[in-house]
Design a protein around this ligand. Structure first.
Ligand SMILES: C[S@@+](CC[C@H](N)C(=O)[O-])C[C@H]1O[C@@H](n2cnc3c(N)ncnc32)[C@H](O)[C@@H]1O
Length: 169
């Protein structure tokens, strides 16, 4: 096998393996993210947003432009590297390479951004509920393209749904 093919195969393998664990990498559109942060949920400097499966970091970048702090959790190390490059001058955004089901939300978390898939969304909603219970206050969920079945959305905008995920008793 030609040596130059090895890095290409490694990169493809990383993308394929991470897609087996959760939603594959498909980025949200910049224009739509910005509309979601203004017309669906007015993101501000008082917010800490977590992007569950943060891809290339563009959601975090848009959050910073609104003055919010943000944390990205991403399984794919190549996307984490690209995000870190993109956000290298940004003090309000950070990215961690890990499975989001093993990430404890900071107490300041106010909003979660999610672009996942049908299969995973109910499990993720349950996880956000657990985190809301732990930190003792509700968390807004901005879900792109997929509905959180057990909740009624507070608001919709284009392909986005806004939910208020409450603590469980
Ligand atoms: C549809 S993409 C969305 C990317 C980004 N949030 C956006 O909207 O542009 C989903 C991302 O979630 C990541 N992902 C899937 N399952 C994950 C898990 N269990 N933990 C961390 N990241 C995960 C994938 O690698 C992929 O980059």
């Amino acid at each position: 096998m030609p040596i130059f093919l090895i890095p290409i195969i490694v990169v493809l393998a990383i993308f394929c393996l991470t897609a087996l664990v959760g939603a594959p990498y498909v980025p949200s559109r910049n224009k739509e993210i910005r509309e979601a942060f203004t017309k669906l949920y007015k993101l501000s400097k008082n917010d800490l947003l977590i992007d569950l499966g943060s891809g290339d970091g563009k959601v975090l970048k848009a959050a910073s432009e609104c003055g919010a702090s943000s944390i990205g959790i991403e399984l794919n190390p190549i996307l984490v590297f690209i995000s870190k490059l993109r956000l290298r001058k940004d003090k309000n955004a950070s990215v961690y390479c890990r499975d989001y089901f093993h990430f404890d939300f900071p107490a300041e978390t106010t909003v979660v951004y999610l672009f996942s898939e049908d299969r995973d969304t109910p499990k993720i909603v349950n996880y956000i509920e657990k985190q809301a219970t732990k930190i003792g206050h509700p968390i807004y969920l901005i879900s792109y393209a997929f509905e959180a079945e057990k909740y009624k959305s507070e608001k919709n905008y284009r392909a986005y749904y806004l939910y208020k995920i409450k603590e469980t008793k």
